[in-house]
Ligand binder design. Structure first.
Ligand code: URA
Length: 239
């Protein structure tokens, strides 16, 4: 990646400002001042701005615990965008991996790895996603058997439930892998339940864990590698 792009992606400045910063001699690479903004940077280079190291991650992938009332979009529209919750240094860099409804909470992924993003979002890869759901009346145990069949959820869509567990009277955990529009609300709606609250707790191999509502964190290297594995991407192809 070119140095000017690297700098602007790391939230330092626009591409034009990045060029100026380089020409002004404020960037050091591996111990030497670099005046060439077209210079190529890879994951092994140590880049310093005014003597302070810039974290050189080849890719940034973040997990957010999305609160209610935020919209899965890049800009504010009817509701504030989830991007308001992303640390500034990553805001320009990452894109959303799929969407959650405005009133859904929980695990939302963001990445700047375009190939990974499109594979994770592609139903062909069937990434399992697990949700915890509260509904408006008591869940009948028959539902578990019923959800083992393909479910006609309207508008020509058939949903497939991987697993349904009833955790409490009106509280369930459900796993699906297709990502159809309003899928969980439509599955429960089919059986005359209204979803009162919906939280995504797992996305493929990742779980939300103790991440607080409204917070974001970078994936660990292990977590990132597990996503690459899931969609058959080689780490070496991603550098
Ligand atoms: N299913 C829904 O109905 N809403 C979501 O936000 C995610 C899955």
């Amino acid at each position: 990646m070119r140095l000017d792009r690297f700098l602007s992606l790391h939230g330092f400045s626009s591409r034009k400002q990045a060029k100026k910063i380089v020409r002004d001699g404020r960037i050091q690479i591996d111990g030497e001042v670099c005046f060439d903004y077209t210079r190529s940077i890879d994951g092994n280079n140590k880049v310093f701005f005014d003597g302070k190291e810039i974290e050189n991650l080849p890719y940034a992938t973040l997990m957010m615990n999305k609160p209610e009332g935020y919209q899965s979009s890049m800009i504010d529209e009817r509701y504030p965008s989830v991007m308001n919750l992303v640390p500034e240094s990553y805001r320009k860099r990452v894109r959303l991996v799929g969407r959650l409804d405005n009133d859904t909470t929980g695990l939302l992924l963001l990445t700047d790895n375009g190939i990974l993003n499109s594979r994770l979002a592609n139903p062909k890869h069937g990434v399992p996603k697990t949700y915890e759901v509260y509904v408006n009346h008591i869940l009948h145990p028959d539902l578990i058997e019923k959800c083992k069949q393909p479910l006609d959820i309207g508008r020509g869509d058939i949903a497939h439930v991987d697993e349904l567990e009833i955790l409490d009277e009106s509280h369930a955990r459900i796993t699906v892998h297709e990502g159809k529009y309003h899928e969980i609300k439509r599955i429960f709606g089919k059986f005359n339940y209204d979803v009162l609250s919906l939280k995504r707790v797992r996305f493929g191999p990742l779980s939300l864990g103790e991440l607080k509502l409204g917070e974001c964190r970078l994936l660990t290297e292990e977590e990132y590698d597990s996503l690459l594995d899931l969609v058959h991407l080689q780490k070496k192809d991603q550098l």
